[in-house]
Design a binder for this molecule. Sequence first.
Ligand code: FPP
Ligand code: MG
Length: 319
Amino acid sequence: MKASVLKDSLVRKFDKKLEAIIREDLKILVEIKSYTIRSGGKRIRPILHYCLCQLLGYQGKRWLDVGAIAELIHAASLLHDDVVDEAETRRGLQSVGSKFGNKTAILAGDYLLACGIDHLNGLGYPSLMDLFTQVIKDLSVSELIQMEWEKNPKITLEIYNRVVYGKTASLFGAVASAAGVLAESSDKDRKKLGQFGVELGSFFQKKDDAIDYFSPASKSGKVPLKDFHNGLYTYPILLLLEKADKNDKKLVHSLFEKTERSPGDGVVILSLLSRYQIREQMDAEFRRIAENLMKFLNSFPESSIRSLLKEQILKLLEE
Ligand code: FPP
Ligand code: MG
């Protein structure tokens, strides 16, 4: 089956499962449920889970439940995140908070999360419960750390990495380990799967940070320099601060201290990133990570699913 056909059919299956898991007649929840599913993203987490289950030779059908639960946790965290970030839009549509009000977005997020946990509980796998409740803790803790540090010039790469782990990598790690749970892999193999997921998730987040500075909007579909204009210290800037001389460091901090940054400030930060070759440094790091991820996938026999996974990782390098 062609990769795009497989992906479309998986997305339809997961969306149907999501519909079934979120059961509630209350009008506002029905509305938000269809809005959230309709405005859904690429379903990367559930698709990753499905692919790993297949690679491991899992014959059952529980991947559909586990993948949908992972997507629900992700969707709930985004409903809350858009309130925290005061985001007007999500994936090009009005955010739930700006359409229905922030209080509704928070309560709807709680409801989605409860549906996910309830469904997970019904599957009867205590180790899956452990994995996903830890993810929810990681999501909340990292969002709190991010709130505390994101505009603080003293933020370090260590703090940044903790945030990346909690807000993105932990859930990727859990969907990967969960495939090992369903396939009854050994503890050692589950651990390796978890590490693969964490590494992929962290790559995914760092790439997202890089896109903000280095990808033309036409290609990424995102507003360029959004993190910069919001005054957020993200990965490219932290790497720049590590390398820059004293004066340039001062210049970077002075740009971030401003209450508002002008288009001219954007030109200055881009020229500093270019002078210190931050893009090249990040690209080299991404190539190293991708190689490592490929090495892991190559430990499985050749199959169309393995090719699909490899293709998706290579796509991340190209964006
Ligand atoms: C997106 O980051 C943020 C997250 C994926 C995590 C948000 C977590 C919470 C709000 C804690 C509550 C958690 C649950 C499970 C209800 P971003 O703002 O950098 O990305 P964006 O550009 O997609 O908004
Ligand atoms: Mg956000």
